[in-house]
Design a binder for this molecule. Structure first.
Ligand code: COA
Length: 367
């Protein structure tokens, strides 16, 4: 019997602080009019001090698990797609695993730039379908405000902070994450990158003087690439699923620029109403943009169980891809009362492990 990977819960997290286009015009030579007409963005959210990719991811995951009626200890795998991990290592997914008390879960980060959520969803769903795991948390989370150059008007107006999460679970009935297409062309690596903080250009005074710790982008070339692949990847995934574009009820595009999405709509001969959009309020939140757009649409009743939808993304790498889903909707799972005890126990276990590590550290240091 075939196994399917259903999306049974979804969650989100956005920082409270709103940064409007007018606010930005106080910092760099830009205007609300320029940003709105060239990108469609009106405002974005900015993480507060003490708010990190892992904390946003944990909040989104907690909401998704609650909706799904899934206890953290039932989770087999946590994948965090991100370009802005808390650290190069350890993985942000491990920090999320600890914060959730997901004691049985494996955890890893996935780096496929803004296409990360599509890649992570594909991998987790395929592991479920293969029978290796039953339940997965797939999270896209970013604090891009920490790697944006606030002196560069070409990039700082585009990005924002957010997280979105899906709970995937195995089921026999057809539906959920059906199929994907994944692509890459590393010859375009220099079009969008963060030059330092990795091992090729380690952090140094010289690198910092050249502001290499911030994102660099060739906007025009990325724009050209994006408009091409949004169309081709959507068509390819629909064909791979044995469907036609007429079967697709909605498209959740990576939210980078409204004009990119308008070009895709034109090429696909679909009205803009078919696209789930929220980039006017959040800007480009990279791996979080697709789950956040789907979250809002699902909460508003805009997407319904049984409908086919396409998630399509592009980004640095260059990497792009698309996933076709048949929307399931949350399962009516009654939460057993023991769940609260399990959560408490998991929390206590996590505190004890931390205390032990702290004490061991003091012993080693002779403190
Ligand atoms: N405010 C005012 N002027 C700005 C500006 C800003 N925030 N940013 C750039 N400009 C200026 C440029 O300096 C340029 O001036 P110049 O002609 O004197 O050199 C002019 O506006 C036009 O620049 P151009 O690059 O042609 O604008 P554009 O219409 O292509 O829009 C982007 C620029 C970045 C919005 C657009 O190219 C884009 O969205 N690219 C894709 C980026 C993306 O999606 N990145 C993430 C991928 S995941």
């Amino acid at each position: 019997m075939s196994r399917y990977a259903h999306i049974i819960g979804w969650g989100h997290a956005v920082p409270d602080q709103v940064l409007t286009n007018d606010d930005l015009a106080q910092r760099v030579d830009t205007s609300d009019e320029w940003i709105r007409t060239r990108t469609g963005i009106r405002e974005r959210r900015i993480a507060a001090p003490g708010e990190y990719t892992s904390t946003l991811a944990t909040r989104a995951a907690t909401e998704a698990l609650r909706m799904a009626g899934v206890h953290p200890r039932e989770v087999d795998l946590i994948v965090v797609a991100t370009n802005t991990p808390d650290y190069i290592f350890p993985a942000t997914a491990a920090l999320v695993q600890d914060a959730l008390g997901a004691g049985r879960a494996g955890a890893f980060d996935l780096q496929a730039a803004c296409t990360g959520f599509v890649y992570a969803l594909t991998i987790a769903a395929d592991m479920i379908k293969a029978g290796g795991i039953d339940t997965a948390l797939v999270i896209g989370a970013e604090t891009l405000s920490r790697i944006v150059d606030w002196e560069d008007r070409n990039t700082c107006v585009l990005f924002g902070d957010a997280a979105g999460a899906f709970v995937l679970q195995a089921a026999d009935e057809p539906g959920g994450v059906l199929t994907s297409v994944l692509h890459a062309d590393g010859s375009g690596a220099e079009l969008l990158m963060l030059p330092t903080c990795g091992t090729r250009n380690p952090v140094s005074h010289k690198a910092l003087d050249q502001r290499m710790q911030y994102m660099k982008m060739n906007g025009r070339e990325v724009f050209r690439f994006a408009t091409r692949v949004m169309n081709s990847a959507t068509r390819e995934v629909v064909e791979k699923a044995g469907l036609t574009l007429d079967d697709i009820a909605w498209i959740a595009p990576h939210q980078a620029n409204r004009r990119i999405i308008e070009a895709a709509a034109k090429a696909l001969k679909r009205p803009m109403d078919d696209f789930l959009l929220n980039l006017d309020r959040y800007g480009n939140t990279s791996t979080a943009s697709i789950p956040l757009a789907i979250y809002e649409a699902a909460q508003a009743g805009r997407i319904q169980p049984g409908q086919y939808g396409v998630l399509v993304a592009f980004g640095a790498g260059l990497i792009w891809g698309a996933t076709l889903v048949q929307w399931t909707g949350p399962r009516p799972v009654a939460k057993p009362p023991r769940v609260r005890w399990h959560r408490r126990l998991a929390q206590v276990g996590s505190w004890l492990r931390r205390a032990r590590r702290h004490l061991e550290g003091r012993l080693v240091r002779g403190g």
